[in-house]
Design a protein around this ligand. Sequence first.
Ligand code: AMP
Ligand code: MG
Length: 418
Amino acid sequence: MKEIKTSGGDCCATPGLMSVEQAIDNILSPAVAVEETESVDILDALNRILAEDLSSTIDVPGYDNSAMDGYAVRSEDCQQSGVKLPVSQRIPAGQVGEALQSGTAARIFTGAPVPEGADAVVMQEMCEAATVADGEQVTINTVVKAGSNVRRAGEDIKEGSVVLKAGKRLRAQELGLLASVGLADFKVKRKLKVATFFTGDEIVLPGQPLKAGQIYNSNRYTLRGLMQSMNCEIIDLGIVPDTLDDTVKVLKEAAACADLVVTSGGVSVGEEDYVRIALEELGELSMWRIAMKPGKPVAFGKIDDTLFMGLPGNPVSVFVTFLLFARALILKLQGVDDCIAKRVSVTADFDWPKVKRQEYLRVRLVQKDKQAVAQIYPHQGSGVLSSASWAEGLVEVSVDREIKKGDTVDYLSFEGLL
Ligand code: AMP
Ligand code: MG
């Protein structure tokens, strides 16, 4: 077994343990994004990773258009409030009007092309329309500035410019953006194949009765949910008994069919922990004791070209180590350009004593005096899954830092992570 040393020696307060930051570096360094791409229809592209830079072939907006329902005018005609202008035409969205003659106004609606000659739109709330002997007339009850309420051609996107770069995960707003330039299909990375299995003689699937000494396999659903939300193709190899033969067999099968293998349990140093030994038989193992809580033991390695990440068995440890390590690794393998989790500052609404391992506390944000304040779940045990369900994110507490109510702390939101 290879124990990778931290570059700056042991982590902080606990000798022999690696820091979270170093572990993330070690995990990301051998990870190479999948190369294969496929074309997708924009309707099926949510959460896929763009595999090419996409440029626009049009200006957006494509023409100067009205930002308001109102009257298109020449601003030079309206340099004082109360000017009366004959209404020469009516331009709804989807129609092109005629050039606006000096001294006239055009009734116009939001999104309609501003007629040639007009350089401003006055919103209808500032106008009074009246029918006069020779037609419609409008009184403009304001001084009009050139350019007001006109959305300029190309002000959002210029023809020829790159709209999105390869490596971008496509959220709803990216799909809207691509649609706005008329793109209906494009290249994305193929889905990452992640094989997973769950070790333990004690675990059974929900829906089955529990015998004495058994527990339900909650990790399967936590991990599957996390990987589904990251749009992975999951190969679920089920529950694996605590024997070396079974573990070697399933690990071999997993490595042969996936880009990455993510497992739960069996990575500690107990006699019933076989994942480590199986990995050493089949490939290379780097086993780390990470200076963090929850989730100290994390195994990382490789079988041929397939990366392996063995997460701990405790349900909260699985959740937290997935978010910190597996998430970043999956993003990098998927080809996402930005895989580092963002911390934001919030105010602690709790005290927490100095810690020897970096802690990840399950917290929820509440609004107090216009500030986001983190409240802590009272029971922070690594088996207390209720804490993860109650929480909205994690407060990261570094080694030797004591937290007092009112202190600023680093917060990782679950929403931001997934
Ligand atoms: P291990 O890492 O295998 O020693 O497991 C650590 C703890 O996590 C033990 O209490 C296990 O019973 C529990 N555990 C392991 N796998 C699962 C699972 N799939 N679902 C829920 N708890 C688990
Ligand atoms: Mg076990």
